[in-house]
Design a protein around this ligand. Structure first.
Ligand SMILES: [Zn+2]
Length: 326
């Protein structure tokens, strides 16, 4: 696909429009960064939100990927990358608080080109080696699984907890499996009977939205709906002094009545990126099922079609195959 040594193909988002471009400049990594050749990438709900205007991002999309660095300590080996990057020398926030560093850029989301391209530049300290036991297709799930695992970093969910995961999509499926691993009593709420079947295959109890009893009885309610309607519903399910974990990012602003949060002394926790090492271990140990989420695969040249496909209701994880040969 590479025409000569200095140009590459990638999926650009510009003025709200997606276009595969074949004459993009090859990234020139600064000091501390390495050129990574992308093998495979996954389309995320966030990518679809970015197309709708979330974060006002323009540039190459894509942040879930597995690739091979051309140089550095991991040269020639497969890696995944934490998407929060800081290149400031002696940054007072990093590396401990890189996920919240005010100086950060975020791969394919904020001030940094993404992975729906043949190459991208990544700070070497963001890279994590992918063990041989994790295939490319599974490795694409490291980033979203880390985000799902962040729920356990932020809450005290245990075998004694009564938990609802709202949403039967990709993030809901990963988050539900993560919560189930704690032994908590878990219920998954979804709109789609066929999507809920996947959870049932993992022995997770499910209910359709119309049959859901809105009793304020759950210790933890995790919103993975990807919809602005998620939070108001979560507030109808959480018990007084309970916790709502918000994993939904939407471009529109919320309009909710805050009084219940105060009267019931609720905790509302925002939750975003999570621990890569833990996600890599969980995939290497086969603790989390991801293959059934993959519904289609596209080559990079058809990346625009891939994003359109990912927004269809019957699709789960759409993969973009870039270079799995080398
Ligand atoms: Zn920093």
């Amino acid at each position: 696909m590479i025409s000569d040594g200095s140009k590459m193909t990638g999926l650009m988002l510009q003025n709200g429009k997606l276009e595969v471009q074949t004459d993009l400049h090859l990234p020139q990594p600064p000091d501390q960064e390495v050129l990574v050749k992308v093998r495979m990438a996954g389309v995320c709900e966030t990518d679809l939100q970015l197309v709708q205007g979330y974060m006002n991002y323009e540039g190459i999309l894509g942040h879930e990927f597995v690739g091979v660095p051309a140089t550095g300590k991991f040269a020639g080996r497969r890696v995944a990358a934490d998407i929060n990057c800081c290149t400031l020398e002696d940054c007072p926030y990093c590396p401990e608080n890189r996920h919240h560093c005010p100086n950060r850029s975020v791969i394919g989301i904020l001030n940094r080109p993404g992975a729906f391209a043949e190459y991208l530049s990544v700070p070497e300290e963001n890279l994590f080696l992918v063990p041989e036991s994790i295939s490319d297709e599974r490795a694409v799930f490291i980033e979203p699984l880390a985000a799902a695992l962040q729920v356990l970093e932020q809450t005290a969910i245990s075998a004694q907890s009564n938990v609802v995961v709202m949403g039967d999509g990709r993030l809901g499926y990963l988050t539900a499996q993560v919560v189930a691993s704690t032994g908590a009593k878990l219920l998954v709420v979804g709109k789609h009977k066929e999507k809920l079947r996947r959870f049932q295959n993992c022995h997770i109890e499910t209910v359709t939205l119309e049959k859901l009893e809105r009793t304020r009885s759950y210790d933890f309610v995790i919103d993975c709906t990807g919809s602005i309607t998620g939070l108001p519903l979560a507030l109808q399910l959480v018990r007084p002094q309970g916790t709502v974990v918000m994993k939904t990012t939407v471009a529109e602003p919320y309009q909710i009545d805050m009084s219940q949060i105060i009267i019931d002394e609720l905790k509302i926790i925002g939750s975003r990126c999570g621990p890569f090492p833990r996600a890599i271990d969980a995939l290497a140990e086969n603790e989390i099922e991801v293959e059934s989420l993959i519904t289609s695969r596209f080559p990079l040249a058809e990346a625009k079609t891939a994003l359109e496909a990912a927004s269809q209701k019957n699709q789960h994880k759409v993969l973009i195959s870039i270079d799995t040969q080398s």
